[in-house]
Design a protein around this ligand. Structure first.
Ligand code: ME8
Length: 648
C-alpha cells in the first residue's frame, strides 16, 4: 500500500494580503508535498484562508467594505501570490465556504452533545471577562502587555465581558500529555515538544468557544445569539477540507489513514498542540501525526510589522529574483525550524553564489560543451575512471540523504546536500577539463566526462525540482526530456544511465541571470509597491488627501521603442517621449504586450517618481494599466493628445 501523506499550512488571516512570513511556511509545505509526490506517495497539500472574526470585520468597516468583499479581495491576493510562487496545493479551504461552515455546525453540534469520561458536558456556559487583543484574536493577560500594549501588535487590548460557552479543556490534558510524551502526537523540533509539555504543567484554563459581540462568524447551532470563536472555526479546516461531515470515504482516506503533518509558526503553538488535539479527543476523532513548529524571522533585526513599514510582500521577491529565486532565498536564510533574521543585503550575494554561479553555471557550461563538442547530442560513455566513479557514487547516493532530511523536515540540510552535489560536479568538470581533452583530441574520454556531467545534472534536476520547480523543468527540457519523463521521481534520482546517448539537447539561455546590488532594498520597493498595487488592483479606498494626490505628475507619453529585458519574462524596456524629453522605463507588461504592439502607443505615466533600478536598468517612471484577473490593459486616451500633456 502506498503511504498517504497530508501536509497543511496554517490558514491565513485575510485582513491583509500575504507577506513573506506566510509565504515561507507555504513554500516549505510545497517543498515537502512535492518531495512526497516524487517518492510516489499519494499526497494532499492543504492551505487556505481564515476569514471570520473581529479582525476582518473591523478592517472591512474601516475600508467601507463588507467583510465578504474584503475576504474576496484578499483571497485573490493570496491565490495570485501562491500562483506566482508555484505553490502546488491540492485544496484551498476558505472558512467562508459553505462546505466548511456546514462542517463547523456539525462539529459544534457534536461537541455540544458530547460528554467527558466523567459524564460532564464538554461544552458549558459561563461568563468571561478579559483583555482582548484584536491583532491576536485572543484574550491576553495583563502580564503579557508591554507599556499597556500587546507586544506583538503594538495596540491596546480591549476589556470584554460576555456570556460565553466554554470547552472543558481540563478533562483532556492528562490524556494529551501522555500522547505527546509517547510521540503518538509528535511535536517537533524537540524544544517545541518541551514547550508544550511545560504549558501542560501550568494550570490551563478552559477556553471559550464563542463570541457574543463578533457578528462576522458562524452562529452556534445551539445558541444562535453567539458566533463561534474564530479559532474554533479555523482549526477544523484541517478536517472540513477532507470531507468531515460530508464525505466519509475521503475523510477516512486522508485524516484517519494518511500521515498528517501540520506546519505552523511558533506564534500559534498552543492552539495547535493543545486546543486542537483536545477538541479532536472530545470528538473521538484521530489526531494529526505530527505538528512541526517553525521559528519566526525578523527583517534586518526588526519584527515585521505594518507600523514599522517593513512588511515585505512575496511578489516583490518574485519580481526581483524570479519565482524559484524567491523560493530558494526565503528557504535558505536560516534553518526552517529556528528563529532567524532576513538580511536583504545577503539576498543578491546568495542568489549569485548559489543559483547564478554554482547551478546556473553548471547547466550552461555542461550543455554548451555538449553543443560544441558533441554536435548537441548526449554523448556515449565508455570506460569509467575512479574520478567518474566517485562522482557517480555521490550523485546516486544523494537522493537517500536528501529524502532522509525531508522526512525529518530538515529542508535546509536537504538543500545543502543537493548544493554539495552541484559543487562536486563543477569541481569534477574543472578537474577533467573537457576543453583540454578536445585540444588533445582525446574524444573518447571527453565523451565519458560529458556524459557523466549530463547524468549528474539530470539527477540534480530531479532532486532540486521540489525547491526550484520552474528552473528544473527547464533543465530537463534542455536535457531532451518530454512528456511524462519531465516529471522527476525520487526513484530516478538514484539510478545511473537514464539519459540515452544520441538524445538532442538544447543550449540554455541564462537560467539565473546574475544580479547587481541595487542599493534599493526590497523592503522599500515592497512597501511602495504594495500601496501602489492596492490602489491599482483593487477598490480599497485608501485615504489620500487632495494635497498628496496633486503631487503626482501624470503625463501622456509616446512609446518610441520597446524591447524585452533579458532574463525577465515579464519586463519590457521602453523608450518613451514625454513632450521633448526622452526617458527609459521598465514595465511589467511583457506577458500582455509584445514590443511591437507597444511602439507608437500613447500611454499614461507617473512622471515624477524617483528612479528605480529594475534588473540593473534605471526606470524613470511608471505606466498605468488596469488588471482584471489575467487581463492587463494599458490606460490610453480616447482622443489624440500631444505627448507630454499633463493629466489632471
Ligand atoms: O495565525 N516568520 O494566521 P496568520 C515566520 N489564522 N513565519 C511567519 C511570520 C514570521 N515573521 N509571520 C507569519 C493565523 N508567519 C491564523 C492561523 S490556523 C488554523 C489559523 C507565518 O495569517 C507562520 O506560519 O497570522 C505563522 O504561524 C502564520 O504565518 C500566521 O499566519
Amino acid at each position: 500500500m502506498t503511504t498517504r501523506f497530508m501536509v497543511t499550512t496554517p490558514i491565513y488571516y485575510v485582513n491583509d494580503r500575504p507577506h513573506i512570513g506566510q509565504a515561507r511556511t507555504t513554500i516549505a509545505a510545497d517543498v515537502l508535498a512535492r518531495f512526497h509526490r516524487m517518492a510516489g506517495e499519494e499526497t494532499f497539500f492543504l492551505t487556505g484562508t481564515d476569514e471570520h472574526g473581529s479582525k476582518v470585520e473591523e478592517k472591512a468597516k474601516k475600508l467601507g467594505m463588507t467583510p465578504r468583499e474584503l475576504c474576496d479581495l484578499n483571497v485573490g491576493y493570496f491565490k495570485r501570490a501562491w500562483e506566482s510562487l508555484n505553490i502546488s496545493y491540492d485544496y484551498f479551504v476558505r472558512t467562508t465556504d459553505v462546505r466548511h461552515e456546514k462542517a463547523i455546525v456539525r462539529l459544534l453540534d457534536r461537541l455540544y452533545k458530547a460528554r467527558t469520561k466523567n459524564g460532564e458536558e464538554v461544552i458549558y456556559q459561563g461568563e468571561y471577562s478579559g483583555l482582548y487583543c484584536l491583532g491576536c484574536e485572543k484574550f491576553i493577560t495583563e502580564k503579557d502587555l508591554v507599556n499597556g500594549l500587546c507586544p506583538d501588535h503594538q495596540q491596546e487590548p480591549k476589556r470584554i465581558t460576555e456570556k460565553n460557552y466554554f470547552f472543558r479543556l481540563s478533562s483532556y490534558l492528562k490524556q494529551l500529555e501522555d500522547l505527546i510524551r509517547r510521540d503518538e502526537l509528535m511535536i517537533t523540533p524537540e524544544e517545541k515538544k518541551r514547550e508544550t509539555l511545560g504549558l501542560l504543567k501550568q494550570e490551563l484554563e478552559d477556553f471559550s468557544i464563542s463570541r457574543e459581540k463578533v457578528s462576522w462568524g458562524i452562529p452556534l447551532p445551539f445558541d444562535p445569539s453567539q458566533n463561534a470563536y474564530v479559532w474554533v472555526d479555523a482549526l477544523p479546516n484541517y478536517i472540513s477540507a477532507v470531507g468531515y461531515g460530508d464525505d466519509p470515504e475521503q475523510f477516512k482516506k486522508w485524516w484517519k489513514e494518511g500521515k498528517v503533518i501540520h506546519l505552523i509558526g511558533k506564534d500559534i503553538l498552543k492552539f495547535h498542540t493543545i486546543f486542537w488535539p483536545s477538541m479532536l479527543l472530545a470528538l473521538g476523532e484521530a489526531l494529526p501525526n505530527q505538528i512541526f513548529v517553525h521559528g519566526f524571522f525578523t527583517i534586518n533585526g526588526q519584527k515585521m510589522s505594518k507600523t514599522l513599514g517593513n512588511v515585505i510582500y512575496p511578489e516583490t521577491y518574485v519580481e526581483l529574483y524570479g519565482s524559484d529565486g524567491a523560493r530558494y532565498l526565503l528557504l535558505t536564510q536560516f534553518p526552517f525550524g529556528q528563529d532567524g533574521d532576513i538580511q536583504e543585503e545577503r539576498f543578491v550575494e546568495k542568489y549569485n553564489a548559489d543559483l547564478a554561479n554554482d547551478l546556473g553555471n553548471l547547466v550552461s557550461r555542461t550543455l554548451k560543451m555538449v553543443g560544441s563538442y558533441c554536435d548537441g547530442t548526449i554523448p556515449q560513455a565508455s570506460v569509467y575512471e575512479s574520478s567518474d566513479e566517485n562522482l557517480i557514487r555521490e550523485a546516486t547516493g544523494c537522493s537517500d540523504l536528501v529524502w532522509w532530511h525531508i522526512q525529518e523536515i530538515s529542508i535546509n540540510q536537504a538543500i545543502d546536500q543537493i548544493m554539495k552535489l552541484v559543487r562536486s560536479t563543477n569541481r569534477y568538470i574543472e578537474n577533467q577539463a573537457p576543453w583540454t581533452l578536445v585540444k588533445n583530441n582525446n574524444m573518447e574520454r571527453l565523451q565519458t566526462v560529458l556524459y557523466v556531467s549530463c547524468e549528474t545534472l539530470r539527477i540534480i534536476s530531479a532532486l532540486f525540482y521540489p525547491v526550484l520547480p520552474q528552473k528544473c523543468t527547464r533543465i530537463r527540457e534542455l536535457l531532451g526530456f518530454s512528456g511524462e519523463d519531465m516529471i522527476p521521481t525520487l526513484n530516478e534520482a538514484n539510478q545511473w544511465g537514464r539519459l540515452k546517448s544520441g538524445t538532442k539537447v538544447s543550449i540554455p539561455e541564462s537560467l539565473f541571470p546574475r544580479l547587481e546590488k541595487t542599493g534599493k532594498s526590497a523592503i522599500k520597493v515592497g512597501y511602495e509597491k504594495s500601496k501602489e498595487a492596492v490602489v491599482e488592483e483593487s477598490n480599497i479606498p485608501l485615504e489620500v488627501s487632495y494635497d498628496e494626490f496633486s503631487k503626482i505628475d501624470f503625463r501622456v507619453a509616446e512609446v518610441k521603442s520597446a524591447e524585452k529585458v533579458k532574463g525577465a519574462d515579464k519586463l519590457l524596456k521602453l523608450k518613451i517621449e514625454i513632450g521633448t524629453e526622452e526617458r527609459e522605463i521598465v514595465a511589467g507588461v511583457a506577458e500582455h504586450y509584445t514590443p511591437e504592439e507597444m511602439v507608437g502607443k500613447k500611454i499614461v505615466v507617473v512622471a515624477n517618481l524617483q528612479p528605480a533600478k529594475i534588473r540593473g536598468i534605471e526606470s524613470n517612471g511608471m505606466l498605468l494599466a488596469a488588471r482584471d484577473g489575467n487581463i492587463l490593459s494599458l490606460v490610453c486616451l480616447d482622443k489624440d493628445v500631444k505627448g507630454g500633456s499633463k493629466i489632471s
